[in-house]
Design a protein around this ligand. Structure first.
Ligand SMILES: Nc1nc2c(c(=O)[nH]1)N[C@H]1C(S)=C(S)[C@@H](COP(=O)(O)O)O[C@H]1N2
Ligand SMILES: [Mo]
Length: 300
C-alpha cells in the first residue's frame, strides 16, 4: 500500500480546505497495525545526501503539469497525445541576435550530457532524476544578451485544445517562470531533453524543459516555447496565483516554511520515511554564493 500525504494529492491552492477533513481520516488509518500489514515502517530521518535514482516508472507517472490536470497520477494518460513535433523555441528580448530554434537543431548544436539531479517539490516530495540535456548558458550566449538584460523569462506553450487545464481561468496561462540572469547562466541550470537516456515524455515537459536543481520544482518550467531576456523581474504563474506562498527565488530552504506547511523534510518517491531537506536542495556549495547579498527569508 502506498501512503501519500494529502498535501501531495490535492492541488496546492485547495489543500487548506480539505486538510481539516483529512486530519480526522488519517488518525483512523494511521495505526501501527495497518502500517505493519503494508510492510512499510515509517523510517523518518533517512540519511540526507544519500541518493538512489527514482525508478523510471515513478518519474513518468507522478507529475505536476497543471496544463493537463492537477491529479499527479493522471498527467501521464492525459498528456499521451500531446504534439511535440514540430517544435520551435523563440529566444529574444534584450539580445543582439534573437533567434528561433527548431528542437532538432538544439539537439544537434548543443551536446547532450547526463546529469543526475534531485528535484524537490514545494509540496514535500522529491525525486532523483537522471536527465539528459545541455546547459542553458550555451544557448543564452549564442543570442548575446545585452547589458540591459537582468532576468530571463520562460513561457510554456499555450495550446488549450491539447491542454485542458488551460481552459480553467483559475490560473493565468500560459505558465511563466523566471530566473535572474546569473542563475540562468549557472552551469547547473539545465535545458532537459531526456530522462534515463530516452527522449523526454510529455508528462515531464517534452520536448524541452528547465531543470534548476537548487530551487523548488515549480521553477523547472515544462514544454518551453519562448525564452526572453528582460530588464525587470518576471512575474511567474505561481507569484500571480499566491504571492505569499510562492516567491520569485523559490530556493529550497528548510528554514523558511511554506505558510501552510513545514519545508524541513521531504518524502523521496519510492521511500517510506521522510528525509531532512537540505538548504539549496543539497547544492549549497555550488550556488549559495549567488545569494550572499540577499535576505532569503524575505526573498523566498
Ligand atoms: N508548464 C508547467 N511546468 C511545470 C509545472 C506545471 O504545472 N506546468 N509544474 C511544476 C512543478 S510544481 C514541479 S514539482 C515540476 C515537476 O516535474 P516532473 O513532473 O517532471 O517531476 O514541474 C514544474 N514545471
Ligand atoms: Mo512542485
Amino acid at each position: 500500500m502506498k501512503k501519500i500525504p494529502s498535501s501531495e494529492i490535492t492541488p496546492e491552492a485547495l489543500f487548506h480546505s480539505r486538510r481539516q477533513f483529512i486530519k480526522g481520516a488519517a488518525a483512523l488509518v494511521g495505526s501501527a497495525a495497518i502500517l505493519a500489514a503494508c510492510g512499510s515502517e515509517d523510517t523518518s530521518n533517512l540519511p540526507a545526501g544519500v541518493d538512489v535514482q527514482t525508478p523510471y516508472e515513478s518519474i513518468i507517472n507522478y507529475n505536476n503539469f497543471y496544463e493537463f490536470t492537477t491529479d499527479k497520477e493522471a498527467v501521464a494518460a492525459k498528456s499521451k497525445n500531446f504534439t511535440t513535433t514540430p517544435w520551435t523555441v523563440e529566444v529574444g528580448g534584450l539580445v543582439n541576435k534573437p533567434q528561433t530554434f527548431a528542437i532538432e537543431d538544439l539537439l544537434k548544436q548543443f551536446s547532450q550530457e547526463e546529469r543526475v539531479y534531485r528535484l524537490r517539490c514545494v509540496e514535500g516530495w522529491s525525486m532523483v532524476i537522471p536527465w539528459t540535456g545541455f546547459s542553458l548558458a550555451g544557448l543564452l550566449k549564442q543570442v548575446e544578451p545585452t547589458s540591459a538584460a537582468k532576468y530571463v523569462r520562460f513561457e510554456t506553450v499555450m495550446r488549450p485544445e491539447e491542454m485542458p487545464g488551460q481552459n480553467s481561468s483559475y490560473y493565468t496561462w500560459p505558465y511563466v517562470e523566471g530566473l535572474r540572469l546569473d542563475e540562468a547562466m549557472h552551469d547547473l541550470t539545465l535545458m532537459a531533453t531526456g530522462v534515463y537516456g530516452k527522449p523526454i515524455l510529455p508528462q515531464n515537459g517534452a520536448p524541452l524543459r528547465l531543470a534548476v536543481p537548487w530551487k523548488y520544482g515549480f521553477k523547472s518550467i515544462k514544454s518551453i516555447v519562448k525564452i526572453e531576456l528582460v530588464a525587470e523581474q518576471p512575474t511567474s504563474l505561481w507569484m500571480n496565483a499566491a504571492p505569499d506562498e510562492y516567491g520569485f527565488y523559490a530556493n529550497v530552504n528548510p528554514d523558511v516554511p511554506h505558510p501552510r506547511w513545514s519545508q524541513s523534510s521531504e518524502r523521496r518517491i519510492g521511500e517510506a520515511g521522510r528525509r531532512r531537506t537540505l538548504p539549496f536542495n543539497g547544492y549549497a556549495d555550488e550556488v549559495a554564493s549567488l545569494y550572499k547579498d540577499l535576505d532569503l527569508t524575505v526573498n523566498y
